[in-house]
Ligand binder design. Sequence first.
Ligand SMILES: Cc1cc2nc3c(=O)[nH]c(=O)nc-3n(C[C@H](O)[C@H](O)[C@H](O)COP(=O)(O)OP(=O)(O)OC[C@H]3O[C@@H](n4cnc5c(N)ncnc54)[C@H](O)[C@@H]3O)c2cc1C
Length: 415
Amino acid sequence: MSTVIIGAGHAGVQAAESLRTEGYADRIVLLDKAEHLPYQRPPLSKDYIKAGGDPAPLPLRGAAFYGEHDIDLRTGVEVVRIDSQAQLVFVKGGEPIPYNELIIAAGAEARRAHCAGNGLEGINYLRTVEDAETLRAQLDRGYGRVVVVGAGFIGLEFAAVAAQRGLDVTVIDFAQRPMQRVLSPSMSDYFTQVHTDLGVKLHFDEGLDHFVGEQGRVTAVAGTSGVTYPCDFAVVGLGVVTDEDLAAAGRIECDRGILVDEYLSTNVPHVYAIGDLAVFPSHHFGGNLRLESVQNATDMAKTVAKTIAGNPSRYDIAPWFWSNQGPVKLQIAGLADPADVVIERGNRSTGKFSQFLFRDGQLVAVESVNAPADHVAARKLLEHDAGITMEQARDHDFDLKAYARNLSSSAMTPS
Ligand SMILES: Cc1cc2nc3c(=O)[nH]c(=O)nc-3n(C[C@H](O)[C@H](O)[C@H](O)COP(=O)(O)OP(=O)(O)OC[C@H]3O[C@@H](n4cnc5c(N)ncnc54)[C@H](O)[C@@H]3O)c2cc1C
């Protein structure tokens, strides 16, 4: 008997560990096409590219961990095909590997810019440690102009570091405001100010039209408004795409990711999908959802491990996320919608506050700025479906921490 895991990222490594924690005693084979010891991605747009940042990517687990847990980690091994009838995975240049249970945890790739000039030198993405190394080398010069395409989390995290390191930073996005897809409008406004204070020039309603180059290297980014932004290099942060080919060839259903049910099972028996590539039914969202976060990857991994170890478990967790941008640690619990009613606690002028978001009178999300205690309390509330009322949120004497503490406790660790 064996479980094969495709992808040794946050989801795959956690799944392997959790299988052992849950008492799974059979063989675990963990495959990754990257050559590295599996590493953490979030620092790549944060501490790793700061001045004097970590010399090497932070490993997800120490090198000894895999042997100690009898996990057969094979790096530099790319899965090229799944035969779900014969229960085999085919790898590049190697023998097919049989499985009894298969977990697909292959993550996602940075979405490429499809426009004229996209093959020029100096156009960068930020997903892997190789990408981060290239960018770090540019940042180490400590000067120059960079244009960031995309005001999402990764683009803005990079922009903040680059500005703090003395570069001239411009960000363009076809959206109307920073992190539009995931933040309330008033929190976006706050981040506009944060980045402006750092010296970042933000241009919204400005799509990427094409890249301009000389002698094979990018020299400017042309926006859809007709304005051209000169640069020495560019960073593209347009989100991610999942590789559906691998799954589709194995007759596994996909729709902008691999479709799973609440047990994280695909339509094919004994095949599960977790992490960035899994599209799952969410009662917190009220529909199908695909999330790109460490919380989602690790919690899905823990859930699927329980099921495979003989304790079928549903995945139904209130999502949470964090992002570091300049002086701000943003933490989000739940999922915001632009139409939500916002109640602010704390004072944004102090740089430490939270926004409580209500939909139809129910608490649905909390966005916290440098307020980790609020975030931890919010996660507890949302996890227990024990939202506070709008009156309580407005009442600054209401003791949120005490209220959350009194809810039956569950394992929670602030990131
Ligand atoms: C720069 C950056 C900053 C981020 N910051 C944050 C943050 O602050 N907070 C947060 O919550 N999230 C953050 N994220 C998102 C978070 O890192 C992802 O949600 C998380 O990595 C998803 O884990 P995963 O295991 O699903 O995918 P991944 O971590 O992408 O792992 C997938 C693995 O599968 C391997 N693989 C793919 N295809 C194959 C194949 N065919 N054969 C073998 N191996 C394969 C890949 O090499 C990879 O190692 C950040 C991401 C990036 C890139």
